[in-house]
Design a binder for this molecule. Structure first.
Ligand code: ADP
Ligand code: MG
Length: 292
């Protein structure tokens, strides 16, 4: 099938501290296509190069060699292209709540769209749309960001990026440090954003369980390279290779594999809790001759 890519990395390499004793080759000739309208998850160990990679996608970092293309055009072709891509590809750093700094929640969310030069009415509309997508009550608009709870702060910070209506929204470890309820809220928000806008999303994560719930595509990053890329099924079917990298399949997959080995006739390829529940109910009904 023809891929409809919005961003393409072609041989992208990046080294920190080039020519110093502290030289680190963070990206080593990365080739990657980000498909339009999908949620792509970048997964890999700490230090594998995920954060560096996403910063090359909106020209915050310029590759030492190789190219990043946005809709076929080199984003680093000139200053104007590098500036334009920042509005099309919105990047939300890890722990984005540390970057809240305005006196009110409203002003914080409005900061990005204002910077883009939108008129006041458009800024206002974008702020309200983004707050709704992020699940933030407008009653909070007049508060100081510092009066918000941890989860609300995170949502306000993400709303600030969403308010620029980027074609590609990139979130670095969006659920890091949140409790299970906060994580679920974050996922709901990402799904709402994609469903409400049809835009492309890239999330960085090191949780297989999170990625299995959310992603259409997974790219496994290892030592500055893309080790595996594909659908959730395709990537988790490489379980031996993944295990060799110290990355396991989702917890629920391990449990259903163990049940299958013990004789429960569960189908292969169960990656989420809801799939597991459905399959277990099916097996139970089958065992009871449809009377379950
Ligand atoms: N600002 C920096 N200066 C020097 N080395 C860095 C810097 N940021 C990251 N690195 C190194 O680059 C490599 C990739 O890091 P990073 O992209 O942050 O990986 P990840 O996000 O997957 O944890 C690591 O070896 C890391 O130590
Ligand atoms: Mg990182």
């Amino acid at each position: 099938m023809e891929k409809n890519s919005i961003i393409e990395c072609r041989g992208v390499s990046f080294t920190y501290g080039s020519g110093t004793p502290f030289e680190v080759r963070a990206l080593d000739s990365v080739d990657l296509d980000i498909e339009k309208g999908l949620i792509t998850a970048l997964i890999g160990h700490t230090g594998s190069g995920k954060s560096t990679l996403i910063q090359t996608l909106n020209a915050l970092m310029k590759p030492d060699s190789g190219k990043v293309l946005y809709e076929g055009a080199d984003i680093n072709a000139n200053k104007a292209s590098a500036r334009d891509v920042r509005f099309k590809v919105g990047l939300c750093f890890q722990y984005p709540e540390h970057q809240l700094f305005e006196s009110t929640v409203y002003k914080d969310i409005a900061f990005g769209p204002k910077n883009m030069g939108l008129d006041e009415a458009s800024v206002d509309r974008n702020v309200r749309d983004a707050a709704a997508l992020a699940g933030l009550d407008e009653e909070l608009f007049g508060k100081s960001p510092f009066e918000l709870s941890g989860g609300q702060k995170r949502r306000a910070a993400i709303a600030g990026v969403m308010a620029m209506k980027p074609e590609v929204l990139i979130l670095d470890e969006p659920s890091a440090g949140l409790d299970p309820a906060g994580r679920r809220d974050t996922f709901d928000m990402i799904r709402r954003y994609r469903e409400g806008t049809g835009k492309t999303v890239i999330i960085v994560s090191h949780s297989m369980d999170d990625v299995a719930e959310l992603a259409d595509r997974i790219a496994v990053v290892r030592r500055g390279k893309i080790a595996i890329y594909g659908t959730v099924d395709e990537v988790f079917s490489h379980s031996a290779e993944m295990a060799g990298m110290g990355l396991s399949v989702p917890e629920v997959t391990r449990i259903t594999d163990a049940l299958r080995a013990a004789g429960v006739p569960l189908k292969h390829g169960i990656y989420t809790l809801s799939e597991a529940a459905e399959e277990l109910i099916r097996c139970y009904r089958q065992k009871n001759g449809g009377r379950g």
